[in-house]
Write a protein that binds this ligand. Structure first.
Ligand SMILES: [Zn+2]
Length: 126
């Protein structure tokens, strides 16, 4: 996927780590997602660590049969987090040409911010 900066520069997504991209979740979405995320984590822990369900059956029902078996539990929890947050994650891109910042305010729609004096703030006070 690519995003075009108003300066004309094409910003292409690259595999992580992408030094020009950041993902964010709005605070209101975190509050809304937290119970759902917690429920999935509890379900996984109950299934796999407390033996309430076979791990493979749990993986099949949540990620499908193609999801690998030889994956660490921490990676599964990371995938649960990513799947839970996916539709609520916005993207920001820093343009490598003009230094402008593009912030996704709704799906695939961006607002452009730039500084006219190249100000770099290290701290924003109260
Ligand atoms: Zn630009």
């Amino acid at each position: 996927m690519s995003v075009y900066c108003p300066c004309g520069h094409r910003i292409s997504e690259v595999l992580a780590p992408d030094g020009n991209r950041a993902d964010f979740i709005r605070d209101q979405d975190i509050d809304a997602l937290s119970p759902h995320y917690g429920k999935l984590i509890d379900s996984f822990v109950d299934a796999c660590l407390k033996g309430k369900m076979d791990r493979r059956i749990w993986l099949n029902s949540h990620f499908g049969k193609k999801y690998p078996d030889d994956i660490r539990n921490s990676d599964i929890i990371w995938d649960i987090r990513n799947n839970t947050c996916f539709e609520h994650t916005g993207k920001m891109y820093l343009c490598g040409q003009c230094g402008g910042l593009l912030v996704e305010y709704k799906s695939e729609h961006y607002k452009y911010f730039t500084s006219s004096d190249d100000a770099e703030l290290s701290f924003v006070g109260q």
